[in-house]
Every structure is written in C-alpha cells, then in structure tokens.
Design a protein around this ligand. Sequence first.
Ligand code: ADP
Ligand code: MG
Length: 670
Amino acid sequence: MAEAKKREKSSAKDGAKSAAKGSAESGTGDAPNAKGKTTAAESVEGEEHVFQADMQQLLHIIVHSLYSEREIFIRELISNAADALNRVRFLMLTDSNVRDAKQELEITLDIDTDNKAITIHDTGIGMTRDELVSSLGTIARSGTLDFVKRLSATEPGQRMEMIGQFGVGFYSVFMVSARVVVDTCPADPDQAPTRWVSDGGGSYSLLSSDKKQRGTSVRIELRDDSEEFAKGFRIEEVVKRYSSFIPHPIRMDGRQLNTLDAIWSLPKDQVTSERYAEFYKFIAHQMEDPLHTIHLTIDAPVQYSALLFIPKHLTNEMLYSRTGFGLKLYANKVFIQDDCQELLPIHMRFLRGVVDSEDLPLNVSREMVQQNQLLTRIRKSLTGRVLRELKSLSEDNPEKYTTFWAEYGKVLKEGITSDEANKQRLLELARYNSSIGENAEDMTTLNDYVSRMREGQKEILYYSGPSREAIERNPNLEYFRRQGLEVLYFYDQVDDFVMAQLREFDGKPFARIDQADLDALKEGDAIESEHEALEDDAMAKLMEYVKERLGERITAVVPSKRLVDSPAVLVSPDGDSVNLEKMMRLLNEKFSPSAKILEINPNHPLVSNLSRMLQSGGDDPLLGEITEQLFENCLLVEGMLEKPEKMVARIQTLMERAAALQVQTLPSSS
Ligand code: ADP
Ligand code: MG
C-alpha cells in the first residue's frame, strides 16, 4: 500500500522513463553546468526517479519468483565489476587523463556481519551521473525485456538455465536485499561521484556521494530471509563456483579467492576436463558441460592459443542472430574484446571460447581490431583447425559427431556456399539421411553415397521435404524405391539452396527426383505392374483431354515411368525445387510458382476408368471433377495447394455420387 502511494507520488512528480532519463540532463532543480557536467555540490539530496514500467515488471519477477537461485546476484555483481575493470584498463591504454591511474585493478568484498550487509568494491571505470541513470534506471540491454517475457512463461524448475544463459544483471541484487546503495566515482577526473539508492520498489534516488577513489561500491543490505549471505564461507563458496576465472584479483579479508589462471595458455595435459567444463560454464554462462572442447596452441604461421567449446545445444539465438556471437580476444592474457567476430566465419558462430595471441599489440583499439591483418591470418588458420578437429571427431567418435551434426549441421552447411576455400572440407563433414537408412537418424556421407551408386547411375538423387514421413509419402519416390535406387533426403531449407549452387559432387550432378528429364529414368527398366497398361492411343486421347481441362496450370501431360501405386504426380520441367518455390512464396506473396508437368500412370485403374468415361462420350461432369481432384491431390502432396475450400466442395460432390451408386446395389429397405 505504502509503496503504491509512493510510486504514485513520484510518478506525478517525475513522469515515467523519459522523465527519469531527462532529469539527468535538465534535472529537477539539479541544473548541470554549461558543459553538461554535474558536480557534487550541485546535487540535490534524495532526488527521486521512477523506474520505467518494463523494469518494474522485471524487478517484480526477480523478487518474487527466483527465490531458489538467489546466490547468482554475486556472480552478476562480480561480473559487472570485472567489466568495469576491463574497461578502465582499456581506457588507460589510450587516455592518460584517468583518475587514480596507479590504482591496482581489483575487486574487494566486505562483510558487515553486524548489520547484515555486504559491499562489493571495484576500482573500475565507475559511472558518471548520466551513466548511472541510463545503466541502472532503465533496461539498457535490449535482450532483457525479451528475457523477462520468456522467463515468466518458463516453468520454475527450468528458470535457472534461462538465467544462466542470459544473466539477469544488476537487478538480481534485489532477490536478497532490502536496500542497495551504489557509490560510484568515474574515471574521468572532471566528473563527480554519485550515490544511487533503491529498495527495489518502484523508484530509486540519486544523491551526492563522498566516494573519493575511482570505481564503484555496491552495498547490499540483506533482507532477513537472506542473512546466509552475510557469512564469509557462503560468499567464498559462491565466488569459487561462478567467478574463478575472473581475470582480476577478488579479495576478501585480504585473501585472494580466485586463481586467475589463463587455462588456455597451459599445456593440454595440465588441464583436466573438469577445469575445461568449469571455464566453459563461466565464459558461456551455461549450466551444462560443453558437447566438445577444442584446445589449440599454434606457432605458425601465426602465434595464438585458442580454447573453443561446442555447446550441447543450438539455441535460436545462435541460429538466427548474426550479431552477438564471437570469441573473447586476449593479447598475451590481457583481455581486449568480447564477441570478436573477426576470428571465425559466420557459419561457425555456435563456437564459444577464447583466442589469445602474443603477437597482437596491446594498445590495439576496437576499431583497429576490425582491420587487423593478424586477425585475418588467425581466422584463416583457426577455421582450418576447427574443420580438422571436426573431421577427427567424426572418425574417432562417430556417435558424438552425429549428435554434433544433428545440432549444428544446418549452420555449418551455410559455409558450403559462402566459404569457397573450405567448401570441399565442409562437404565431407556433411551428413544426410537417405532412403537406405532405417530411420531419420541414420546418416550417410556424400562419399559413401557415391561409393554405393549403381553401375551406370550418373546422378546423385535427392529429394527434400519437411520430414522423412512427408518425403516417403510422395509418389515421386515410388519408382526409385522399387528399383532400389538410393535417394538422399534433405530436411533443412538451406539444402535446396546449397544443391542449386553446387550442382555436383565428385563429378556427379545432383538431381532432384521430381525433375522431368532424369537420367535414372531413361536408363532404368520399366516397372512390372499388376494392372494392364492403357493402350497408347487411348492414353494419348486422355492426356489431350486432361491438358485441355487444366489449361495453363500445367505445361504438359506425359505418361509416367516413375509411378507405381499412384495415378499422377507433378514434376518440374527444369528441376526447380518445390521447396525453393515455397520459400520464395514466403518471402514474396506475389511470387507464383512455375507451372509443372503432370505425369499420368498408364497402369493405374483410375486412369483406365477415366479413359473409358472419355470414350463413352465424355459428357459426364464427373469426368471433369475427377480430373480436377487428381490435379489438386498432386498439389496437396507438394504442399502447393492454395485454396483448399474448393477442394472440400468437390469431394462432397464426389462422395454424394459414390454413395448414390453404392445405394443402388443394396437390397431395397422394407
Ligand atoms: P550488463 O552487465 O549485461 O550490461 P547489468 O544489469 O549487469 O547489465 O549492468 C548494467 C550496466 O550498469 C552495465 O552495462 C554497466 O554500464 C553499469 N554497471 C553496473 N555495474 C557497474 C560497475 N560496478 N561499474 C561500472 N558500471 C557498472
Ligand atoms: Mg552485468
């Protein structure tokens, strides 16, 4: 109640987000000087700001539903402190005018057992008053709001994993605190220190601060239910769990809690798999072990060491996001940059890890990183090494490789068309399902397919669809199944693009089995059928009728060699993929797929019956209706039927006719 009142009061005074932000410049009585800089003397005591609405929502969730994961607030605050230390170290490389330039870069934890409070100090970059408002007063990170929405929709038991992946950030502190006081003194000697105070309700206050030393101190006044964190051993336990690899000393009571080991620079045999996993969890914010670890120490043609991890699962972020990926870059153990995208091609964006090079100049700026020749050379070497590692994995541990490919195959395949230099190696890593497999998980390589090709078989046959079931339902497959010709099954949308560009592998052209002019059909024997084939003459008349009836919707009607159990199928005159066209339609509503060739099975009873109907005058409207239905069935199988409503009405008519015929044969009811 009291809180709601306070919020109302401050809303009236301050307005929402924009006002809170605006007050940093124009102020509510806190006039900045001409340069837009505020000094301590000008600050007004207890100036209150409301949190923006999104953030109130976030705070609510944090305080009320993340109870069991409370300890991660320590990880979040330490990671912020470490970021601030990295940033000031970076600043000092290029700017000589930094406050307390001689100060050691460190994190210190103070426990005030009597008052049940903890303080986390850092000697990092600090925040100006404006930065404080924008960093701790708004959801600065664009992903956060998205995170909030997803978190509220997640089962409590699975939340920990989500938090692990995203990090809740600074606000996690309100899981444990009654009140938080942030004192911060910016690296810029012209900027004054500021104090930020909040109880995690609807608002925060800005005050002047007497902090003299560069950096930030976050004082957490614990709630009664979180007293456990006012004990040294508990804090130490949490720091060890999450923050062992923070590259700055973390001290408590004069003791250093973390080890600072740059494990990527150690020889492989000195690092246990537990330590690799621990490091991975720390840098990738993951709860589970990695799927695979790659540790490299390379001396030529460039010197670098790399410690890379393949996570267990491909997330949507990895699949769709073309930003926010990349490795951590170090120059001789000094941190340079997060998410360095210059180190790997985009189709390896699922890798997490660290690259460290002694050859990289320390004072390299972020802009220079982008143009650095050395990085281009590291990238080339590293890409090759990763491919080599994947190849060995596929040979030494095929089972694990299959798991890997199932998760990341669709990302790696992007490289087949975009990374000309490594095309061949990527193709050799590719695995596909095929008609000889037992199920959708049974994979083969292109090389193995080629080695199984029949005597005289010229084409690598493939077909694509959303699933094995969908592909195997397609009448196009009947002939190849009967003849025992192997067909590769493609399920990823990217496959059709890749094949269209590749055209061939090992000198053998790729051919979609719904292509009209398949070599395999020309060469292959005709299939024996239980039904007698329609006479050529009658067949010609029927095809003429069907073409006239369907008009422009098809380019031609031809007798089929590939059908066994189905009466008709659509094939592409030029081998253009149906999937490709479906995708074009998704991208462009006006895109109309090119007309197809209709193949008719002369051995099918329906076809011979239609021919008889035609011969006996052809004036029964049923003949036309069945022809339409035959065509639309083909469209439906291909997923190309646009107006299913019309089809329902037609089926209704056909059902009425069938039922009426059936009734005629029944004994009359008495
Ligand atoms: P993130 O760390 O992902 O950016 P946080 O919620 O943890 O998100 O922190 C928000 C921002 O607040 C940081 O990006 C940083 O600008 C600022 N910040 C937080 N803690 C500190 C600190 N100890 N020193 C300097 N700036 C900090
Ligand atoms: Mg953070």
